[in-house]
Design a protein around this ligand. Structure first.
Ligand SMILES: Cc1cc2nc3c(=O)[nH]c(=O)nc-3n(C[C@H](O)[C@H](O)[C@H](O)COP(=O)(O)OP(=O)(O)OC[C@H]3O[C@@H](n4cnc5c(N)ncnc54)[C@H](O)[C@@H]3O)c2cc1C
Length: 569
């Protein structure tokens, strides 16, 4: 097969806030440098035209971006100091902060907002819109942006140095044969490749394993955020109001909490986070969110409203100890791919932007010195350590780990930790994180009789007004994949699904996937079943790759352009 090669200087994989900020900052640094040389202000050599590319698997920039989001503007203000004057799309400054503890019937308002959730001076944003806007800023600065181009494979030389990325083929049918419209992926060769694929990057996962970038680090742990946008009939929940909740419907062994943010035009943005290190094998994060909406406080807010959008995405919650080595020969990791999100604050946009900028400064130096080796790129890790990213993460460094001991100890630890600058729990009992999929218990160990999920969700009904089943919700994620292509969810040993997994966990993929991708269907013989993968529903949240107890699901990129369309999310 003839494959085209394109030579770039720098390729950014993934058009999220981290990489777009990196590409934009790099374009500015190069332009400034070249101008300074031309004007005789700086000594040295002009870099000439530096080819910077950003590739994105979504059909447009922002299509796959799902977040809360309350944004701490620190990162954006460093990247574009006059972002407000420049027209950055912001929904509203945060005007009110509320923190509620939910029992099954009551909402108890905390007299104080826990410091990590105090959002004064921040903005409610649609990260989908903000990202699209960042993409426009990049194009104006001369960055080449390629939507519908998934990074499918890393390219290495004979010394395991990263030399670029291969984009996905187009026009392969479900049997793996080439169709009439077949177009082979392109080899994008680059001096430096930056992986900003967001949480659980499919290329980053393999790169980290191959180059052993996680040696001596703790495993990453994750949560899953499930979200809807609602159109309300009136202004009962003003733009700029922020509410976070704890308690109902999570049980005390399940890390979880809700958010409710007021956006413009009476749009209510709400969602629920469930830790992907839950014990109960019958947990279904989508069902947890639906139950959240049945709480009297939330149901009243939604009364008479209409659900208009749906989406779900995993969140990297492991914090400082789970960050892998951030560089190797020819490659850097930024944003959620690196794990810079602060789980206590549920905030990662600001650090994603900052990490992109620090990567850009490192790359700029490497271009000037013409040294793209790991030794040269190591200065990126130093920059991250010396920036505000690291003290912020250090302060909350044991946050998630303590919740393994239940909600109350987790909360007590969070309080102590805040007061002690992150030392609590570390002092009492330095806890090592285990990968989340190891926390899930077997059906029989949990005391269930068989795997009928009704045992946990017996009161939950989908009434299509307040609560929706997964298929209805997925429709509101505007997901589209060409169905005549191989499934991009590779189950490495489907036999396990019908034997061990069925017996031990009652196939939890049917529950942890928030998009009804996995379904055990009857073989029509009165007893046996097989796994059906409805890959066209996939919202690219990565939960299956993370949470499968046998780690046999490998999420790879589908044909470019496939996936959700998270407009306004
Ligand atoms: C439910 C939820 C709520 C959140 N709430 C908040 C909040 O209130 N405030 C806050 O600050 N942060 C919040 N966050 C975190 C925040 O959204 C992230 O920290 C931030 O988006 C990280 O930016 P990123 O650029 O690293 O990755 P992402 O925003 O995930 O962007 C990655 C991009 O890369 C693309 N991509 C991935 N793999 C490939 C590939 N192989 N080839 C091509 N393209 C690829 C993806 O399609 C995507 O467009 C929340 C996250 C979630 C999931």
């Amino acid at each position: 097969m003839e494959r085209e090669s394109l030579e770039m200087d720098v390729v950014f994989v993934g058009a999220g806030p981290a990489n777009l900020s990196g590409a934009l900052h790099l374009a500015h640094l190069v332009a400034e440098h070249n101008d300074a040389i031309t004007n005789g202000i700086r000594e040295g050599k002009s870099l000439g035209e530096v080819q910077i590319a950003v590739i994105e698997k979504g059909a447009s920039i922002g299509a796959h971006i799902l977040s809360g989001a309350v944004m701490d503007p620190r990162g954006l203000a460093e990247l574009i100091p006059d972002f407000i004057e420049q027209g950055a799309p912001l929904e509203s400054p945060v005007k009110e902060d509320h923190f509620l503890y939910l029992t099954s019937k009551r909402a108890i308002r905390s007299p104080i907002t826990p410091p990590p959730l105090a959002n004064h001076g921040y903005y409610i944003v649609s990260l989908n819109r903000l990202t699209a806007w960042l993409g426009e800023q990049c194009e104006t600065a001369g960055v080449n942006i390629f939507p519908e181009f998934p990074g499918a494979e890393m390219l290495y030389d004979e010394h395991d140095r990263v030399i670029g990325v291969r984009t996905g083929d187009k026009g392969i049918d479900k049997e793996g044969k080439q169709k009439n419209n077949f177009e082979p992926g392109v080899d994008l060769l680059a001096k430096i490749t930056v992986l900003g694929e967001g949480v659980r990057g499919s290329l980053a996962k393999k790169l980290v394993q191959r180059l052993r970038l996680d040696v001596g680090r703790e495993p990453q742990v994750y949560s899953l955020g499930v979200k809807e946008l609602w159109e309300l009939p009136d202004d009962r929940y003003p733009a700029g109001r922020v509410t976070h909740t704890l308690g109902f419907p999570s049980d005390q062994w399940t890390y979880g909490g809700g958010w409710i943010y007021g956006m413009q035009n009476n749009i209510l943005n709400l969602g629920y986070v469930t830790g992907l290190d839950y014990r109960d094998p019958l947990i279904d994060p989508h069902a947890e969110f639906q139950r959240f909406k049945t709480h009297p406080f939330v149901a009243k807010l939604l009364d008479g409203g209409k659900m208009i959008r749906y989406g779900a995405k995993a969140i990297a919650a492991g914090g400082m100890f789970a960050i892998p080595r951030l560089y190797a020969d020819g490659v850097l990791l930024v944003g959620d791919t690196a794990g810079f999100l602060n789980a206590a604050r549920l905030k990662g946009i600001h650090s994603a932007i900052k990490s992109g900028m620090l990567a850009a400064e490192t790359i700029f130096e490497a271009l000037v010195s013409e040294d793209y080796s790991a030794k040269s790129l190591a200065s990126y890790e130093r920059r991250v350590k010396e920036s505000w990213i690291t003290p912020e993460l250090r302060r909350y460094r044991n946050f998630h780990a303590a919740f393994r001991h239940g909600r109350w100890l987790g909360l007590a630890n969070a309080g102590l930790q805040f007061l002690s600058g992150g030392r609590a729990w570390g002092i009492l009992n330095r806890d090592h994180q285990e990968p989340g999929h190891e926390a899930i218990r077997k059906i029989s160990d949990y005391g269930y009789q068989g795997g009928d999920p009704a045992q946990r969700y017996k009161d939950l009904r989908f009434d299509n007004k307040l609560t929706f089943n997964k298929v209805t919700d997925v429709y509101h994620a505007a997901v589209a994949h060409n169905e005549d292509q191989p499934a991009h969810l590779h189950v490495l040993d489907p036999n396990i699904c019908v034997t061990r997994c069925a017996q031990e966990y009652a196939n939890p993929c049917q529950r942890f996937c928030p998009a009804a991708v996995y379904e055990m269907v009857s073989n029509g013989d009165g007893g046996s079943r097989h796994l059906q993968i409805n890959f066209s529903n996939c919202v690219h949240c990565k939960t299956c790759d993370i949470m499968d107890p046998y780690q046999i699901i490998d999420w790879v990129t589908p044909e470019g352009g496939g996936g959700p369309d998270y407009k306004g999310m």
